[in-house]
Design a protein around this ligand. Structure first.
Ligand code: GRF
Length: 221
């Protein structure tokens, strides 16, 4: 019998370009994994078309129909758990998750955030980087812990900030790099290269002292 591929469930809220990058990496045999389902909290999100086109089962769980965060998260858990995914992937999922949800998927819940964490948690990261005259900006893939946009960072993509940049042009350049580093980090997870020793993240059985860096089209360790 053929061995089952590592499995993912992807949570989205919007355009789903990171979801598309993961679908493409699987299609191109760069990532040996299967997306078992996509869950979206916005019925009109265009990202849902991407999963439908790739024949992935879509679930809409509208957060507005639930009395509180916990019951919304519980509804997602009821979809996710029977699929028993190796990794739950937040790809532009714009809801804060409850502590129970985060604990339940501890060490198998991953997020991408458009900043060089720990800088600029939360929203408007691109404008903040410009306003602060930063020379560089980027994105981070991290395991999710209780604090917003926190948790061990696996890999960061760095892009220079140009004098001509506004938040939109910068966001577009960062997003392009997000599409490179998210499938890379997921691959490291599904290949079993990323492991935890209590809360410390290891890569290939060695403590990952600082995140891997993707810069100028190359991975630096
Ligand atoms: C990305 O910038 C991601 O880092 C952030 O939200 C954006 C989502 O983009 N969390 P998409 O929906 O994957 O196109």
């Amino acid at each position: 019998m053929e061995k089952e591929k590592p499995s993912l469930v992807v949570l989205i809220s919007g355009g789903g370009s990171n979801l598309q990058a993961i679908i493409d990496a699987i299609t191109n045999n760069e990532l040996d994994a299967e997306i078992k389902a996509v869950i979206c909290n916005q019925a009109e999100a265009s990202g849902l078309d991407r999963s439908a086109k790739a024949n992935i089962q879509n679930h809409i769980v509208d957060h507005r129909l639930f009395p509180d965060r916990e019951s919304f998260d519980q509804a997602m858990t009821e979809i996710i758990d029977p699929l028993n995914p190796d990794l739950v992937v937040l790809a532009g999922f714009m809801r804060i998750l409850s502590d129970d949800f985060i604990d339940h998927y501890q060490h198998r819940l991953i997020n991408i955030h458009p900043s060089l964490l720990p800088k600029y948690k939360g929203l408007n990261t691109h404008q903040l980087a410009i306003d602060n005259d930063d020379a560089k900006h980027g994105a981070s893939v991290h395991y999710v812990s209780h604090e917003l946009d926190s948790g061990p960072v696996v890999i960061q993509a760095e892009v220079p900030i140009l004098t001509t940049d506004n938040a939109d042009t910068l966001a577009a350049r960062v997003l392009k790099e997000e599409h490179k580093i998210y499938p890379m980090a997921i691959k490291m997870h599904t290949e079993g290269r990323l492991t935890f020793d209590k809360d410390k993240l290891n890569l290939d059985n060695k403590l990952l002292c600082k995140p891997l860096l993707w810069k100028d089209g190359q991975l630096h360790t």
